[in-house]
Design a protein around this ligand. Structure first.
Ligand code: NAD
Length: 499
């Protein structure tokens, strides 16, 4: 891989050497109770970056003790005070944008420009929820028969376990932490073991923003179930918010049932990217590049199936292959790099098996298709043409830079193909016909629809899926409701009629 870079090894070392490496429990950075550590690696080189504390089940319980002790006092703080802490957090993350971006590039692999984009997106959750914190409305109304009043208020749900994936190390954490703070919940954040460093820096910044001890606890661990298992059995925990794969989500839902925990589940996706015959093809290719190549395709919103009208498929595929094939591949710290490595060797093998199987099932390779030899886990942007409808790749979450193109003849067929997946997270429609856009959006079973755009994530919008893509929403007013519980107080006439 090209190594020319304005980010010097000295700069990388100086950032890594200032990071906290412990567990954050009750406002203090601590070692793991058994002194254990684990190593975080750079997927672009396969080399170690840093050793950090490896939380045990006992550490997880200490974090819950802290979250539980802090909960009552935290719930009573003024919404304005919580809003100011979030706002300060937004400012501090923004001031340290370069550090956050470099750290994400180092541990996750995405190109620096994309990492900067994630800092903006991730920080926005802090700003958006600082504004929402003071607008958590209840209601007061007269009962229909006129004999009593109905008072409805929202309260924090209580201590939360927040489990995040490796692909968006800052945004997946801030999308949970910010609404939990706004609502008045305390929390235990368990970041993914592949990319935990960003969460450590984020937690340090949020401490600086004024969070009291015990409100945000962070326990990175090499054993995810060693953390979630005991916590979810303890009745002091009141909620689990999880972002990750559907199989793990299912397991956590089953664990959550034992303790009747509130759950938010942001799970896998298999986004259809539908291009109708009247679409502006250049715009569609531009949208496809964003929806497919952001994060090397390692996004739950990544376009996973390109459903293209048969009359424009050849042209669309040629344009997409030219754009994807022209991208520069390299370590994300290299400013010229537009495509970084995928997260690890296993991920690269999974991606390549799907490509190989698709070719065996009849697809043709328009560009890419072979893993790149050498250091790190690089896979080239790949476009597959003539993918048959039954191909395994169309039913699997690819999580890599591979675009399988298949065709349809009618709008009805496009809708049926789009819906023929167990997932229902993001979808994309490209057409010049607004009536068609609404008609198709009504009929497809997806939590999110992008219209003539390959980018749909926004802190102010409710993000989430249907079917096996999950339960609940993050972002928007809906994102705050996930961290509150509703209390109704019935007030009968005698209390209202004292005079
Ligand atoms: P993953 O399910 O392997 O891991 C996610 C998190 O769960 C990590 O912190 C991991 O340590 C933890 N975990 C793993 N096994 C566990 C267990 N048995 N008990 C408790 N925790 C456990 O997912 P990943 O590989 O980190 O992320 C990729 C997946 O996340 C993809 O399927 C992607 O679609 C999904 N994702 C969804 C969204 C969304 O908003 N819907 C966003 C990003 C990623």
């Amino acid at each position: 891989m090209p190594e020319t870079s304005t980010v010097t090894p000295a700069l990388e070392q100086s950032l890594l050497s200032t990071l906290p490496t412990g567990l954050l429990i009750n406002g203090e950075w601590r070692e793991a109770s058994n002194g254990g550590t684990f190593t975080v690696e750079d997927p672009a080189t396969g080399r170690p970056l840093l050793d950090i504390a490896d939380a045990t089940s006992a550490d997880a319980m200490s974090a819950l003790d802290a979250a539980d002790s802090a909960q009552k006092g935290w719930a009573r703080t003024a919404p304005r005070d919580r809003a100011e802490m979030l706002r300060r957090g937004f400012e501090l993350v923004t001031e340290r944008a370069d550090d956050f971006a470099l750290l994400m590039t180092l541990e996750m692999g995405k190109p620096l420009a994309e990492a900067r984009g994630e800092v903006t997106y991730g920080a926005e959750f802090l700003r958006w929820f600082s504004e929402e914190a003071v607008r958590d409305y209840g209601r007061y109304l007269t009962s229909p028969e006129g004999k009593s009043k109905i008072l409805v208020q929202r309260k924090p749900v209580g201590p939360c376990l927040l489990i995040t994936p490796w692909n968006f190390p800052l945004a997946m954490a801030s999308r949970k932490v910010a609404p939990a703070i706004a609502a008045g919940c305390t929390m235990i954040l368990k970041p993914a073991k592949l990319t935990p460093l960003t969460s450590l820096l984020f937690a340090q910044v949020m401490q600086e923003a004024g969070l009291p001890p015990g409100v945000l606890n962070v326990v990175a661990s090499s054993s995810a179930s060693g953390i979630s298992g005991p916590l979810m059995k303890d009745s002091r925990l009141r909620k689990v918010s999880f972002t990750g794969s559907t199989p793990v989500g299912r397991r956590l839902l089953s664990d959550a049932a034992q303790n009747v925990l509130r759950t938010s589940m942001e799970l896998g996706g298999n986004a259809p990217f539908i291009v109708f015959d009247d679409a502006d093809l250049d715009k569609a290719v531009q949208g496809a590049m964003a929806a497919k190549m952001r994060n090397m395709g390692e996004a739950c919103t990544a376009a996973n199936r390109f459903l293209v009208h048969e009359t424009v498929a050849e042209q669309f595929t040629a344009k997409l292959a030219a754009s994807m094939g022209g991208l520069t591949i390299g370590r994300g710290t290299n400013p010229a790099s537009a495509v970084g490595p995928v997260i690890d060797a296993g991920a690269r093998e999974d991606i390549h098996s799907l490509v190989t199987a698709a070719v065996e099932q009849g697809a043709t390779v328009a560009t890419g298709g072979e893993p790149i030899a050498g250091d790190g886990y690089f896979y080239p942007p790949t476009v597959l043409a003539n993918v048959p409808h039954h191909a395994t790749i169309l039913q699997s979450e690819i999580f890599g830079p591979v675009a399988p193109v298949t065709t349809f003849q009618t709008e009805k067929e496009a809708i049926e193909l789009a819906n023929s997946s167990e997932y229902g997270l993001a979808s994309y429609l490209f057409t010049r016909d607004h009536a068609r856009m609404l008609r198709v959006a009504e009929q497809i079973e997806f939590g999110m629809v992008g219209f003539n755009s390959g980018v749909i994530s926004n802190a102010a919008a409710p993000f989430g899926g249907v079917k096996q893509s999950g339960l609940g929403r993050e972002g928007g007013a809906e994102g705050l409701a996930e961290y509150t519980t509703v209390q109704y107080i019935g007030i009968p006439d005698p209390y209202l009629d004292q005079h």
